[in-house]
Write a protein that binds this ligand. Structure first.
Ligand SMILES: Nc1ncnc2c1ncn2[C@@H]1O[C@H](COP(=O)(O)OP(=O)(O)OP(=O)(O)O)[C@@H](O)[C@H]1O
Length: 323
């Protein structure tokens, strides 16, 4: 099956104050299928937002390719870029920051329709309010009159206005209370079912990603270190980093340590990642509880360890083994 979006070897450097370069993305590759929800997880600073912004072309990648609709989004500009921006929309952590406080909800939601010259704006705004579960009376009000969850619904309505095929949700529920988080997650899942939307769901919070994603990709230091169907990655993580991350999430069944039947809790020691000072060999080796000599010098490739084209499990660890 042809993927809807195909990211290949995406690289993003930022210049550093001392004249060096910071590798925010270091060769990211993945496919996104039509109607698929791909969760991207990792600690703060691992490059998740840079990845989302690069796909949206809010940042220009330093290298690599982003294939969508027969075009490489990493290279296009002008009218082609405007068109692809209409088909790929983004929602952010802080909807308040991205909603103009002086504009009514109807103006905010209708703005992309105006930009793209779509007729019947008022009718479409009515439909969109319905779609995201807001009352029609919301149209005339201003963003500050709404709660955080409602504001995120406004942001989602605006993102949906011109029928995108892909939504990039960057920490879209992270600022919300847990009960509101699940309402917004359910809304996104419904929109996927109804419209076959594909969603790239970026979050540092594994318990959030777990509930919505079909597949997940775990990022560390600008690279993907593990990728696979969400259920299988959660049940049986392969990369030591994923195992450590999952061991800290309550309520996720995992490997138990036979003696008392409790789930193993892995506490990472070693330096917290500093993307400006990258270690040699495996990037994770200074914190890895299973580090062996080879890991200091050899950088592991992201390789297929299990599954087939649709269930592929990839892991960037020299010592990961099939299930
Ligand atoms: N515009 C920029 N200029 C310079 N460095 C940047 C810029 N944007 C991001 N970075 C750096 O790139 C690295 C990756 O940042 P990014 O925001 O993508 O990570 P993240 O995983 O989304 O983290 P967070 O969840 O904290 O935002 C960080 O070291 C960050 O400081």
């Amino acid at each position: 099956m042809t993927p809807l979006l195909s990211v290949r070897d995406l690289v993003k450097h930022y210049p550093t104050a001392d004249g060096g370069r910071l590798l925010a993305l270091d060769g990211i590759s993945f496919d996104l299928a039509e109607g698929e929800i791909l969760g991207i997880v990792g600690e703060s600073g691992c490059g998740k937002s840079t990845l989302g912004r690069s796909i949206m072309r809010l940042d220009t990648p330093t290298g690599g390719e982003i294939w969508y609709g027969g075009k490489d989004l990493a290279k296009i500009s002008g009218r082609d870029l405007k068109q692809s921006r209409a088909e790929i929309q983004m929602i952010f952590q802080d909807p308040f920051g991205s909603l103009n406080p002086r504009h009514s909800v109807a103006t905010i939601i209708g703005e992309p329709l105006a930009v793209h010259g779509r007729p019947d704006r008022a009718e479409r705004v009515r439909q969109l309010l319905d779609l995201v579960g807001l009352p029609q009376s919301a149209a005339k009000r201003l963003p500050h009159q709404f709660s955080g969850g409602q504001r995120q619904r406004i942001a989602i309505a605006r993102a949906l206005a011109i029928n995108p095929r892909i939504i990039v949700a960057d920490e879209a529920v992270s600022a919300l209370d847990v009960s509101i988080q699940s309402q917004i997650i359910n809304l996104l899942a419904e929109l996927r079912r109804e419209f076959g939307l594909s969603i790239i769901f970026i979050s540092h919070d594994l318990s959030v990603v777990r509930h919505i994603s079909d597949r997940i990709a775990v990022m560390y230091f600008g690279r993907i270190v593990e990728q696979g169907p969400a259920g299988r990655v959660f049940e049986n993580p392969k990369h030591p980093y994923t195992r450590a991350l999952l061991s800290a999430v309550p309520g996720i069944p995992g490997k138990t340590n036979g003696a008392n039947g409790k789930r193993e809790r892995i506490v990472l020691t070693g330096d917290v990642p500093n993307i400006a000072r990258r270690p040699g060999g495996c990037l994770f080796h200074p914190r890895c509880f299973e580090m062996r000599e080879r890991c200091r010098t050899d950088s592991p490739e992201l390789r297929l360890i299990d599954g087939d084209a649709t269930t592929a499990r990839l892991c960037a660890c020299h010592y990961a083994e099939p299930a």
